[in-house]
Design a protein. Structure first.
Length: 418
């Protein structure tokens, strides 16, 4: 599919993240007004609340855009999702008859503040990138026991906290926690000294389910995708993770990019999971290409200094698709809701610069990175800004995600000091 031309000129640049082919969904405010739903087109945002009030978009008997989140649209189901996309495409396409009626509802992205695009119902994080699991397993348990015996049969996950998910641009506070050094007998109470990123994609469930669903049904239920940074306190994690998995190490914050890129925008970039190393049980088998070819990057910038690109990888490095993760999530009968967020797991490629966490990049702190500024890093220093970027490259156009960024603030004074 080529570039779809829009009468919004900035949307027609081959490298612009928000062409008419994309139409990602966010929530914005201008000048401290109440946040409302918007759609990015080029450098502008279409205000869905006023566009609906003006009768330009009518998809349901009740208004869908009188609330500052996209969950109501998700709950309407795939027929309404498709009708909305078709209507937006018609309103914003080159030569649109209603161009003059649409213009008053556009605002500059430069003037807008972006908010959480949806209310996160629940948040689950997986561990479904094989290079990442192998690297981390090698560091924690040695190469012979790197992949646990279940790894090639199920996408391993844990139930995270919806309350800790924040939108890009939100500062992240370095947590305190219980830490144990390699040779000490006793744990100590201290600020995390090994604060890290995890480069992930987040899949957003749009269609609720109440019982086991197939991989194909799961793919149909997904509304869209965001970039996701699963901030991780490695020293807290190393002490607490056995036997029930991560807990406080992952609870400080999880950042997501501000625009939901919907499945139709990503359709041309579908690709298959890698060849299976062991045959999956029937209910998890691949049934079509359900990963996406999306280039991913991470940059790191010390306070007031230029950013260095520290990771370059691709979403297609995952071993399990989001559809397989969602299907697995429902096998017990676990109900899923519109707005459920599923983290993919850290996306690491096969070579060093494609590793999606500092834990892997610095190999547990043994091989510090040298930034372009000359500074060395094994983990995140106070004041560092970490930014995830994602883009799928089409024929004369780009599907961008909008950056997922966060600056790490120093730990507070000991919260338990008397
Ligand atoms: Mn993670």
């Amino acid at each position: 599919m080529p570039l779809l031309k829009s009468w919004v000129a900035s949307a027609n640049d081959a490298n612009h993240p928000f062409p008419l082919n994309n139409l990602p969904y966010g929530v914005f405010s201008v000048d401290g007004d109440d946040p409302r739903c918007g759609v990015a087109i080029g450098d502008l945002i279409l205000d869905m609340q006023t566009a609906e009030e003006a009768g330009l978009v009518q998809l349901s008997d009740a208004p869908l855009f009188d609330v500052p989140y996209w969950n109501d649209v998700m709950e309407e189901g795939p027929a309404v999702w498709a009708a909305l996309r078709e209507r937006l495409t018609a309103l914003l396409a080159e030569g649109a008859a209603e161009k003059d009626k649409v213009k008053p509802h556009l605002v500059a992205q430069a003037d807008a503040e972006l908010h959480m695009p949806f209310a996160v119902s629940e948040y689950t994080d997986f561990y479904a990138g094989k290079n990442h699991a192998f690297n981390v397993g090698t560091m924690f348990r040695g190469p012979e026991n790197a992949l646990p015996p279940n790894w090639l049969h199920i996408p391993i996950g844990y139930n995270g906290r919806a309350s800790s998910v924040v939108v890009s641009g939100t500062d992240v506070r370095r947590p305190w926690g219980q830490l144990k050094g390699a040779n000490d007998d006793k744990p100590r109470w201290a600020p995390c000294a090994r604060f890290d990123i995890e480069l992930e994609m987040g899949a957003i469930v749009g269609t609720p389910s109440d019982g086991p669903i197939t991989v194909q049904e799961a793919d149909d239920h997904i509304f869209g995708y965001v970039l996701l940074n699963d901030w991780s306190a490695r020293d807290i994690q190393a002490w607490e993770y056995q036997p029930l998995g991560p807990f406080q190490a992952k609870a400080a914050a999880t950042s997501i990019s501000p625009w939901i890129v919907t499945k139709p925008a990503l359709e041309p970039f579908r690709c298959s999971t890698p060849e299976r190393e062991v045959e999956l049980l029937e209910h998890l088998k691949d049934c079509g290409p359900m990963l996406y070819d999306i280039d991913l990057e991470v940059t790191m910038a010390p306070t007031g200094r230029e950013a260095t690109t520290i990771v370059r990888t691709n979403y297609k490095e995952m071993y399990y698709s989001a559809a397989q993760q969602l299907a697995h999530h429902t096998t017990s009968g676990c109900p899923m809701n519109a707005g459920d967020l599923l983290g993919s797991g850290t996306i690491s490629g096969p070579v060093k610069e494609s590793r999606g966490s500092l834990l892997e990049l610095s190999w547990g702190g043994k091989e510090p990175l040298t930034l372009d500024t000359g500074e060395e890093r094994s983990f995140i220093a106070d004041g560092d800004t970490l930014t995830l970027k994602g883009a799928a490259k089409g024929d004369g156009y780009t599907i961008g995600f909008g950056d997922c960024t966060g600056t790490v603030l120093p730990a507070l004074e000991d919260p338990y000091a008397r």
